[in-house]
Design a protein. Structure first.
Ligand SMILES: [Zn+2]
Length: 197
């Protein structure tokens, strides 16, 4: 028997949250490439590795969203044949966000007398959260941009991430019209978009 639309949404959310978790773990793995003793010189190599992780995981996030959109359409009594819009990698946003949350955050903390290990561990938390947001935004934007070009769709709704995002509580549950500006997510946000037909 085919799944109900909301069950598909919960499954999709679970998949995106697992991808968020593995993105954070992959950022932790490559973190030692950013060398405290030589931040400026080690940053480009670290950034190249981070770009590889984020680009690959964004493709996964978009792919999950595409499968979800088709299944959701079928579960809503429509055909699964819809033109999927895959968002571009926001190269500039990636570069700025990574630099600010890793290199600059670590330098600033050190300048304020924060011990090195604390400064670096805080910077890791910030940058892995920022990168996970960029990854999950690929899936969110795949949903909202595909909805925007789908004449059968009314809009989309924010579904809260597991564990709860306090900031997002007030935004959840209402249907945003198709031509809405898009999905606003914060770092570490686990929310996803659900279509409304
Ligand atoms: Zn959220």
């Amino acid at each position: 028997m085919a799944l109900e639309p909301r069950a598909l949404t919960l499954m999709h959310r679970r998949q995106q949250l697992a991808l968020r978790k593995s993105t954070v773990a992959q950022m932790e793995d490559l973190w030692p490439a950013l060398d405290w003793a030589d931040l400026d010189r080690s940053f480009p190599g670290f950034a190249a590795e981070a770009l590889r992780v984020v680009s690959k995981n964004r493709r996964t996030s978009s792919g999950l969203a595409a499968g979800y959109l088709r299944a959701f359409r079928v579960a809503s009594g429509l055909s699964g044949d819809v033109r999927i819009i895959v968002p571009q990698m926001p190269a500039e946003q990636f570069a700025t966000s990574l630099r600010v949350t890793s290199l600059i955050a670590a330098k600033k903390a050190a300048a304020n007398g924060v011990p090195v290990d604390v400064a670096m561990s805080n910077a890791l938390t910030q940058s892995s959260g920022a990168m996970a947001r960029l990854v999950l935004n690929a899936g969110r934007d795949t949903v909202t941009q595909t909805i925007r070009s789908d004449p059968k769709a009314r809009g989309w709704e924010r579904v809260l991430g597991g564990g709860g995002c306090d900031f997002c509580q007030m935004l959840a549950g209402r249907v945003y019209p198709r031509d809405n500006a898009g999905f606003d997510a914060h770092d570490h946000c686990g929310c996803t978009a659900e279509p409304a037909y």
